[in-house]
Structure formats: structure tokens, C-alpha cells
Design a protein. Structure first.
Length: 356
């Protein structure tokens, strides 16, 4: 069923963030599936796959009575402000709603979100580790990747060539340019690896915030000192619609983050038939095995370099690992599986099940 402002929605999805962040991307992916399952409305800021958003005030008005054939509407929230807004609607305005929060954090939340999470009706964790840090756990539902949007290139060499970055093969990192994402580890590893891999070019895909300008400047200085300014490129932030084309053009994705709550880009790469080298954070250790890539200790430049040297020594090996990665994404990590997990949970909540 599609979004409607004429009926009380069964499911209210909040998105209180103007920028399209990683949280926005995972919410958007699930919404794209749920639109055909529920009377759903989106509250706040637009999502690419979602219906036209309504305001918080409109959502309050629509939810003053239970939806047809349901005892209450369910609000699905993912951020602190969204939790607070839903709590106000439920506890102060006394609306007939229940609140579900999704947590990807693999460490103890700070005091404010802990207080808010404790007042949720149900909490979903995206990994087994994340589940150990939250109360009222209702389910572990891993994020899934859209394997129809992220697909292998028909001709990877031609796809890479069309980007115009040079070289025969691309190695990429996707995400904000900052220490937390390990951009410096990527650059330092490329400085070691690329002189021995003349056919490869490295690209850094992501935005640099003003607060990280000095960090990027230092990385550019390192690259220039190594004589690799034409082989390690900052290509900036791209719109979400352009990312599938870029990722499927790569021969290898690197995700050396020092901390990641979950991390979708390796899943997107795997769905695109691209092997992955990642640090042991987020969900990476649970989804990456030796058939599809390498997982290395967090912050270890030597281990990262060794893994990159190993995986790039034979392009046929990269191709085979990419095929395995695609199979893993389709069989274990699909967006369809994630949507099914939420459907089962919502049914339990509507049936009256509670979580302590």
C-alpha cells in the first residue's frame, strides 16, 4: 500500500536530517520495500525512495486515532531527536502509537541516547554485538543491500575507464574524509602498494567537512611527497544516484575505519561483485570471509598493506572473489531479508508482544 494522508498510517518512518547520511541510506532502503507492505508515511526530510514527506504536526494529527484494523500505529525512529519527538507524541500527547528504535552502535550509548532508548517499546540491533548494548531488544535485523540497484558491471574495465581516473583498475574508499573512516590509513597503504601495482589507481570518494580540512591537506602533502598525485585522487562527494556506477567500476573496495556502527559500503561493493578489504569493526567481520576479501585489525597499517598486496597480486583472483562476493550478498545480505525481519517484528508488536 502506498502513502496516504487520508488514512491513519500503520507505520510512521521519521527522518529528521537534511543531509543524506548513512542512517538515511539504510532507512531509505527499507522504506523502498515497506511502501508495498504498509500504509506508510514519512515524517521530516525527504528520502529518495520514500513518499513525499509530511511534517511532524501532520503526523501528530494523523495518529490521533488508531489506524484501520490496527490497535495503534508504529513509529520507526533512528536518531535521538526522532526518539524524543516520538516519546512526546506517545507520552505527552497520549497518541495510540508504539515506538521502535534501530541501533547499530557497537559500544555503550552516551547518557542522553541511553535515557531515550530505555523508553522505547522495542529496540532492533543490526548486529549481535550491537545487541549487547541496548535494552528492550526485540530482534537482530542486519541491514541488507539492494542487489538490484548494486550489481556487477557488464564490463568492469570499460566502466572504470569511463570514469576517467586513469589506470586499468580502481581501488576505492567511500565515506567522509576523516580519521574515524581511516582515510589516512588508506592513503598511507596506497603509498606503499601503488608503486608495486602500476596498473592500479586509488580514489577517495567522499566529502571533507571544514573541521577536517587540515586532515585532508596533510594527506595531500603525503601523496605529493610520494609522487602519486595522479594515482591517489580525491574525487569528492557524489549524489546517491551516482554511487552504484562508481562502486561497480572498482576492482577493490577498502574500508579501514577505526569505528563503524555497521557500514554499508562493503555490502554495496559485494553486491556489485567487488571484493573488500576492511578493518574489524562494524559488521565487517561477520560478512567478509577469505573467499570475498580480508578483514584486518583496526588501525594496523602493516596488516592493511599486507592484505592489499596479497589481494592485488592477481587480477583473476580479484574477479573470482568478486563473483563470490556477489553470491554472498544475494544469499545472505539482501534488502529483502532485512524487510522481512522488520515485517515479522511489527506483526509481533501489533499482536501485543512486549519486550523488557
Amino acid at each position: 500500500m502506498n502513502n496516504t494522508t487520508l488514512q491513519t498510517p500503520e507505520l510512521v518512518v521519521t527522518n529528521f536530517h537534511r543531509r543524506f547520511t548513512g542512517v538515511s541510506a539504510t532507512a531509505d532502503a527499507v522504506v523502498s520495500q515497506q511502501l508495498n507492505q504498509f500504509r506508510l508515511c514519512l515524517v521530516g526530510d525527504k528520502l529518495p525512495s520514500g513518499p513525499s514527506p509530511i511534517s511532524y504536526r501532520q503526523a501528530i494529527s494523523l495518529c490521533r486515532k488508531p489506524p484501520e484494523n490496527r490497535p495503534f500505529a508504529i513509529w520507526h525512529v533512528r536518531r535521538n531527536l526522532e526518539m524524543a519527538a516520538a516519546i512526546f507524541a506517545r507520552d505527552v500527547l497520549r497518541l495510540p502509537i508504539r515506538i521502535v528504535f534501530t541501533s547499530a552502535a557497537q559500544r555503550l550509548h552516551s547518557i542522553v541516547p541511553r535515557h531515550l532508548i530505555a523508553r522505547m517499546d522495542a529496540v532492533v540491533a543490526t548486529t549481535a554485538k550491537a545487541a549487547t548494548f541496548v535494552p528492550k531488544l526485540a530482534a537482530v535485523v542486519p541491514h541488507g543491500v539492494d542487489t538490484t540497484r548494486f550489481t556487477p558491471a557488464a564490463d568492469r574495465a570499460a566502466s572504470w575507464s569511463s570514469l576517467g581516473h586513469g589506470g586499468q583498475h580502481g581501488i576505492g574508499i567511500v565515506g567522509r574524509v576523516r580519521p574515524e573512516k581511516g582515510t589516512d590509513l588508506f592513503v598511507d597503504a596506497m603509498i606503499r602498494v601503488l608503486p608495486k601495482r602500476p596498473d592500479f589507481t586509488a580514489i577517495i570518494i567522499g566529502r571533507t567537512m571544514p573541521s577536517d580540512a587540515a586532515f585532508e591537506a596533510d594527506l595531500r602533502t603525503r601523496i605529493e611527497s610520494a609522487g602519486l598525485t595522479k594515482r591517489i585522487l580525491f574525487v569528492g562527494e557524489h549524489p546517491p544516484t551516482a554511487i552504484p556506477k562508481i562502486i561497480q567500476s572498482l576492482s577493490l573496495l577498502v574500508a579501514p575505519a577505526r569505528y563503524e556502527g555497521y557500514g554499508m559500503t562493503p555490502l554495496e561493493a559485494m553486491a556489485s561483485g567487488v571484493p573488500v578489504v576492511a578493518s574489524d569493526t562494524g559488521v565487517y567481520g561477520e560478512i567478509i570471509d577469505p573467499k570475498v576479501g580480508h578483514v584486518v585489525p583496526i588501525g594496523s597499517l602493516n596488516d592493511l598493506t599486507e592484505a592489499l598486496m596479497d589481494i592485488t597480486q592477481c587480477t583473476d583472483k580479484l574477479t573470482d572473489m568478486g563473483k563470490n562476493a556477489r553470491h554472498t550478498a544475494q544469499s545472505r545480505l539482501s534488502l529483502h531479508s532485512e524487510a522481512d525481519g522488520y515485517s515479522r517484528l511489527l506483526a509481533k508488536i501489533w499482536q501485543g508482544e512486549t519486550f523488557c
